[in-house]
Write a protein that binds this ligand. Structure first.
Ligand code: GLN
Length: 315
């Protein structure tokens, strides 16, 4: 049943990309074929169902912020991570600098806007940028049960060459004393984490990990339930930047987006869904991805708002 549902979705949403635009502010992302469309579901029992271009690689971008937040919580603990950052939606664009100057205490609103994400990256343990990135990559491989994950060097170089807004955010936080360490080194790790190559299937497995409360499909616990709850709770409230409210009304499932065109959704206790379609709406979220997530959520009835579980469609 679920197999037929995914095939049907991919068939009907093939043209959605025409209503969006691929990200161009990172030149390497502008080169991506906008017509790609893929979806994957990873269930808690290990089953994976896919349709379309579920194995085409693309840049993880902001979805990496979920993984780096989880690792920062393991490295530093909740109190330290949220000493210089809040857990509230910002209502501004993902790369906005406004609240750093005008918001309460000048600190980032949450770890999923760029300012908060760069701050989170600054908390990752390691003696050098290489070691920090290596720890992030290995942690991502582990929780997505995808040992082949690696850096896309062209995207990384493209981000590094053009990421001046991110530099402005980082230097602003440095000026307020909210980040320690060498700003260019921190940004280097941030640009690399955003440039890791994933697929819709990999995102689905990552979503399954968070939906299981930080437990691998083998049963091994990596995060405490509290740590997983922080990541999933922030996905629900801040996962699609200033498009999160509308998305929650339409889909009702904690999700994180990236400007590479991916979406990662965590269906608590059930599994994860990953989608890929690179054309974005004006907020920076995948157009086809959001449409497919809405339909799948209606078909499964498992959203967190008013669930009407449809077991017959899960088989
Ligand atoms: N690397 C991107 C940036 O820093 C990530 C943003 C995103 O995916 N929204 O601008």
């Amino acid at each position: 049943m679920i197999d037929a549902i995914l095939q049907d979705l991919v068939g009907r949403h093939r043209e959605d990309y025409k209503r969006g635009q691929v990200a161009t502010y990172i030149p390497e992302l502008a080169r991506v074929d906008p017509g790609h469309l893929g979806i994957a579901i990873a269930f808690q029992d290990g089953r994976i169902v896919t349709a379309g271009e579920s194995e085409i690689p693309f840049a993880i971008e902001s979805i990496s912020k979920t993984v780096v937040l989880a690792l920062a919580l393991l490295d530093r603990g909740e109190a330290e991570v949220f000493r210089h950052m809040r857990q509230e939606p910002s209502g501004d664009a993902f790369n906005s600098i406004v609240k750093l100057q005008t918001g309460s205490a000048h600190v980032p609103s949450n770890p999923f806007i760029n300012a908060g994400a760069i701050l989170t990256t600054s908390l990752i343990a390691g003696g050098s940028p290489d070691e920090k990135f290596d720890r992030i990559l290995r942690f991502m491989q582990r929780i997505s049960e995808s040992p082949g994950l690696d850096l896309d060097r062209e995207t990384y170089l493209s981000e590094k060459a053009t990421g001046h807004t991110n530099r402005a955010l980082a230097w602003m936080m440095k000026s307020y004393g909210d980040i320690d360490g060498d700003v260019e080194d921190i940004l280097d790790v941030y640009f690399r984490q955003c440039s890791i190559r994933v697929t819709a299937s990999v995102l689905a497995k990552m979503g399954r990990f968070f939906a299981a409360g930080g437990v691998l499909s083998t049963g091994e616990r990596v995060l405490t339930a509290r740590e997983a709850r922080i990541v999933v709770g922030l996905m629900a409230t801040c996962g699609l930047y200033n498009g999160t409210g509308t998305y929650m009304v339409n889909v009702g499932v904690p999700t994180k987006s990236g400007v590479g065109g991916g979406l990662l959704a965590a269906y608590s206790g059930v599994g994860g869904i990953g989608t890929f379609s690179p054309a974005l709406d004006e907020v920076g979220n995948s157009v086809a991805g959001q449409n497919m997530m809405r339909e799948i959520s209606e078909k499964l009835g498992l959203d967190i708002l008013l669930p009407t579980v449809r077991k017959e469609n899960l088989g």
